[in-house]
Design a protein around this ligand. Structure first.
Ligand SMILES: Cc1cc2nc3c(=O)[nH]c(=O)nc-3n(C[C@H](O)[C@H](O)[C@H](O)COP(=O)(O)OP(=O)(O)OC[C@H]3O[C@@H](n4cnc5c(N)ncnc54)[C@H](O)[C@@H]3O)c2cc1C
Length: 455
């Protein structure tokens, strides 16, 4: 008989949730983790990132306070203090994850797990036999092949920098690059954001992203689009960047953050000892109920190449545990209308389709737009703009897309996520009384469409 009903490889968002739930349903569970409990999100992702977003926002708050009569002196910022407090907080969370797993009855192995055969996983010098295996090994920063890559850092290393650089180059066009550009600029670092394509955040609503780029530039970020990089070289006063605009200017910086995407974390996992199939990008193919081609092996979270978000990995882990051990007929997650936020400064919040996607899908839609200066900045004097959009199907009146560029968009959006999931129409928005004075009330007071598209 097998030692375990389920062996989970990876104690990140999805793996921990699946293990805890499975154990709570009476399954004998082992969890294998080789780096840190809580995975990417807790250690080098969502949590430390949000703490640094908070940390970096105080420079603006101190400046803005003078518009409200405060006479504050900014005595400067202490990077090692913020970094070390962040480390303490993550250590606290690691202990909580350890307790959660042991209290659930799961057995934890702190080492690398490797699949030996469809029912056996090696942990160091011995092996665990199991009825089923769950792969929840997440993702890993992609490293392009370029001279001087050893001089660069990824999101794995950037949180624990020994010293705050004076000048940083951030490479990439996705949310991690954009968020770190805001963080470093807010901390007073001379920040260049370089993207080789024309469109940052390419799957997001263009009008919203273009306004974000304006706001980032106003905050001092040097945004370089269609910017190609060929390599990095150590010189006396920093790292020299070999780049496509070199004829116009020299780019010498102190640190480089490469945020050019993530790849599924399957190296040395033993997939070759199974019938598991992977896609071109290396992600594990899963079929109904998160089952791989190998019937005893399941996979969830970032390693499967779906939406790389913690709440998605959590939902998948929960659905799978209920299906395997609590008689749920199927493991199903509804991926439609997932609200997401980019913790840029200001935030971008999104639910549903962008204006470009609505047109592409052939909808006939009304686009409502509200652009305004947040009330806080009437006295602070800051020239920041917020931009809200509602995209409404002209025939059914259903809200197809809700987009906002606004401080606290992440907080505002969650409730609207419920409304859109419940099928809210524009008339539902119209008969909802606003909360005054807030930014969010704009979403229920948009009267005339700015334009009609598609159809
Ligand atoms: C910088 C950054 C910011 C992010 N911000 C957000 C955000 O704001 N909101 C959001 O929803 N998502 C965010 N994400 C994404 C989120 O972190 C991931 O979607 C989520 O962590 C995926 O969970 P997972 O369980 O699939 O994998 P992970 O959380 O990555 O966990 C995988 C675990 O498996 C372990 N592992 C891998 N291979 C082995 C092996 N062979 N043996 C033992 N252990 C192994 C790893 O060490 C890791 O702990 C961010 C990611 C990054 C990088």
């Amino acid at each position: 008989m097998s030692q375990y009903d389920l062996v989970v490889i990876g104690a990140g968002s999805g793996g921990v949730r699946a293990a805890r739930m499975a154990a709570s349903f009476g399954a004998r569970v082992a969890v294998i983790e080789d780096r840190y409990l809580g995975g990417t999100c807790v250690n080098v992702g969502c949590v430390p990132k949000k703490l640094y977003v908070y940390g970096s926002s105080f420079s603006e708050a101190i400046t803005d306070a003078s518009g409200y009569g405060w006479d504050l002196k900014n005595n400067g910022f202490n990077w090692s203090k913020l970094r070390d407090k962040k480390i303490d907080e993550i250590n606290r969370l690691n202990i909580i994850y350890d307790d959660l797993l042991s209290n659930s009855g799961s057995e934890l192995f702190f080492c690398r797990g490797k699949i030996i055969d469809p029912h056996t996983v090696s942990v160091g010098t011995h092996s665990l036999s199991t009825q089923r295996i769950l792969i929840a090994t997440g993702g890993w920063p992609r490293a392009p092949d370029m001279p001087g890559m050893e001089l660069t850092k990824t999101s794995n290393e950037i949180f624990d920098l020994q010293d705050l650089p004076n000048r940083i180059l951030i490479v990439g066009g996705g949310y991690i690059a954009v968020e770190f550009a805001g963080i470093f600029a807010g901390l007073g670092v001379e920040t260049t954001l370089s993207y080789r394509g024309p469109n940052l955040l390419k799957d997001f609503d263009r009008e919203i992203v273009n306004q974000l780029i304006e706001e980032m530039k106003n905050k001092g970020v040097d945004v370089r689009l269609n910017h190609r990089l060929f390599g990095f070289e150590q010189v006396a006063d920093g790292i020299r960047v070999d780049h496509s605009d070199e004829k116009d200017y020299d780019l010498i910086i102190d640190d480089v953050l490469m945020a050019v995407g993530r790849v599924p974390n399957t190296s040395n996992l033993g997939l070759e000892n199974t019938a598991i199939t992977t896609r071109l990008d290396g992600s594990i193919e899963v079929f109904d109920n998160f089952q791989t081609k190998e019937p005893s092996i399941y996979a969830i979270g970032d390693v499967t190449g779906g939406m790389a978000l913690t709440p998605v990995a959590l939902a998948e882990g929960m659905a799978l545990a209920k299906y395997l051990f609590a008689d749920e007929p199927a493991a199903v997650v509804d991926y439609d209308l997932i609200p997401t936020t980019i913790f840029s400064q200001p935030n971008i919040g999104v639910i549903g389709l962008s204006e470009e996607q609505v047109i592409l899908k052939g909808h006939h839609a009304k686009v409502f737009v509200s652009r305004f200066r947040p009330m806080k900045h009437t006295l602070s004097g800051r020239q920041e703009q917020s931009l809200f959009k509602l995209i409404v199907d002209a025939e059914s009146d259903r809200v197809l897309g809700l987009h906002m560029l606004s401080p606290d968009a992440g907080e505002i959006l969650q409730g609207f996520g419920v409304a859109l999931k419940a099928g809210a129409t524009k008339s539902d928005f119209d008969r909802t009384i606003g909360i005054h004075p807030t930014a969010a009330e704009e979403l229920v007071t948009m009267r005339e469409p700015a334009r009609i598209v598609g159809g």
